[in-house]
Design a protein around this ligand. Structure first.
Ligand code: FES
Length: 160
């Protein structure tokens, strides 16, 4: 299993920031996922070995966090919150709109591999509901029209 030099530098630095190797797990998983696209069996095995954990320890942590995935997904992962604050402000309409526009349902990926869609629990943007997270970008106070522009914006980014 070969990671980039940048990953290796970050990993080495992280080990100096935490009291135990185990504490590096979540940021290490995020860096690995950013690099590989998802957390494959090979990645899990490698990181478990490096951090002196069992593969089950690593899988348990992955299953807890919705931003971590063991399956390949689209380049842009659209997470639409439908928890209470967002639901009251139109989160479900946003989800329905995204599903219709992208032609995929919850946990689906577009055939071109560009977008994945997920319905998620609170993402911490309740005061600005309805909120959507696309990879590391937050989009808040969205209307259906704005959501349309957000998705178009990511697609345009890829054609430039
Ligand atoms: S309920 Fe949607 S961000 Fe909190």
């Amino acid at each position: 299993m070969k990671f980039s030099d940048q990953f290796e530098q970050r990993f080495a630095e992280m080990l100096t920031h935490y009291p135990t190797k185990r504490s590096c797990l979540v940021p290490t998983l995020l860096y690995a996922q950013d690099e590989i696209g998802f957390l494959s069996d090979e990645v899990i095995r490698e990181l478990a070995g490096r951090l002196e954990l069992t593969e089950l320890d690593v899988r348990n942590v992955i299953s807890y966090y919705s931003m971590l995935t063991t399956k390949p997904r689209g380049k842009y992962n659209v997470q639409v919150c439908t928890n209470i604050a967002c639901m009251l402000k139109g989160g479900e309409e946003l989800l329905h709109h995204c599903s219709k526009k992208l032609g995929i349902g919850h946990k689906g990926t577009t055939p071109d591999g560009m977008f994945s869609l997920e319905e998620v629990e609170c993402i911490g943007g309740c005061s600005w509901a309805p909120a959507v997270q696309v990879n590391y970008d937050f989009h808040e106070n969205l209307t259906v029209e704005q959501m349309e522009k957000v998705l178009d914006g990511y697609r345009e980014k890829e054609t430039q």
